[in-house]
Design a protein around this ligand. Structure first.
Ligand code: SF4
Ligand code: SF4
Length: 345
């Protein structure tokens, strides 16, 4: 498979990687097979996060005997030095390795979080210490906020950025993708399937491959899905036909005003509603372990239940750049999750 250098790092990654969320879904044995099959097919880049349930543990088991074949990336979400150091050690242990090729600050959501991690005693000090100690080899970040990502890429602090990129959520195309190229910051394109909302692998994968400095990392929990994706990459014919462009346009029109980009611009809600996590319920349901949705007291159903505090003030809709009908979507998604819980009771 073709490879590409990830920005200014020395990491020569395959043109596509695999993301670590959906491998939590199948039985562990099956998940291990999926990961090993991806390696057999030539993929050398795996990205996960400490926060993705047992994803790191499964990956650790799958690559235990094949560590040298893999460029391994993970993420940690704590912003202070002490917790971040613990996070890194925990990831190393779970991944059964003594080094992480790329460690990323997970989901820097706003400028406050950005400043906190960079200030004295912040998580950047932990990352630098881990770098010195050889526990990690490169430092990157992920975000859903375009403003934060633009600032972080323009700074000299990070070697890679991970940001959503698909033909519905294409906010990165105009500024962030070119800026990353100019600054030689590696670009990992998360959510090539729009968080489980796109089904056509041909369209989804070909679209992201148009950007020669973007390495998409689709998540998959099935051997046949990984085979389909690899076939598209290896075909080498990534040009989109006029008919495919029309199909994409139709899907954009259909989904564009229904898809939460998790940018967080609508937050905070004065009533404490965790808006973006509620609006992605259907995608979450497809990608995360089923058990997560069964019990009302578990973290995800609890977040969704926060939507019941909505007083319909509409403040969030004024702030959403995509004009999503947030109030309506909150009600629909509460109903969706409650329906699942009811059926399981
Ligand atoms: S409409 Fe509901 S979710 Fe939106 S800001 Fe008002 S209370 Fe919060
Ligand atoms: S509802 Fe709109 S503003 Fe809020 S996270 Fe989703 S896309 Fe962003």
């Amino acid at each position: 498979m073709k490879t590409v250098k990830l920005g200014k790092t020395d990491l020569e990654v395959t043109r596509i990687g695999i993301g670590g969320i959906p491998i939590q879904r199948p039985p562990e044995e099956e998940a291990i097979k999926v990961i090993q099959h991806a390696l057999d097919l030539g993929i050398n880049f795996i990205d996960t996060a400490l926060g993705y349930g047992d994803s790191e543990i499964r990956i650790g088991k799958a690559i235990a005997e094949r560590r040298e074949e893999v460029i391994l990336a993970t993420k940690g979400g704590w912003r202070d030095k002490k917790s971040a150091l613990q996070h890194i050690d925990s990831s190393l242990q779970r991944l059964q390795t003594d080094y992480i090729d790329l460690w990323q600050f997970h989901n820097i959501g706003d400028f406050e979080a950005y400043e906190v991690l960079l200030k004295p005693g912040g998580a950047m000090e932990a990352a630098k210490e881990a770098l010195e100690a050889g526990k990690i080899r490169h430092i990157g970040f992920s975000s859903h906020s375009l403003d934060v990502a633009l600032k972080a890429v323009a700074s000299s602090h990070f070697e890679t950025v991970q940001f959503p990129l698909n033909f519905i959520s294409n906010e990165a195309v105009d500024e962030l993708v070119p800026l990353a190229k100019k600054e030689n910051v590696g670009f990992i394109g998360m959510k090539p399937f729009a968080g489980g909302n796109l089904r056509d692998a041909n369209l989804a994968i070909k679209y992201v491959l148009q950007f020669d400095n973007v390495v998409p990392d689709p998540g998959t929990g099935k051997v046949e899905e990984i085979e389909e994706i690899v076939n598209i990459v290896n075909s080498g014919s990534w040009e989109l036909t006029p008919q495919e462009q029309q199909q994409m346009e139709a899907l954009r029109n259909e989904l564009g005003t229904q898809l939460c980009r998790q940018c967080g611009y609508c937050m905070p809600c004065p009533q404490g509603v965790v808006i973006s996590l509620i609006l992605i319920a259907r995608g979450m349901r497809k990608l995360w372990p089923e058990e997560l949705f069964n019990e009302p007291e578990w973290w995800y159903p609890k977040y969704v239940a926060s939507g019941k505090n909505c007083i319909q003030c509409g403040e969030c809709e004024e702030k959403c750049p995509y004009k999503l009908p947030i109030r309506e979507m909150i009600s629909e998604n509460i109903e969706f999750i409650e329906g699942i819980i009811q059926r399981k009771l």
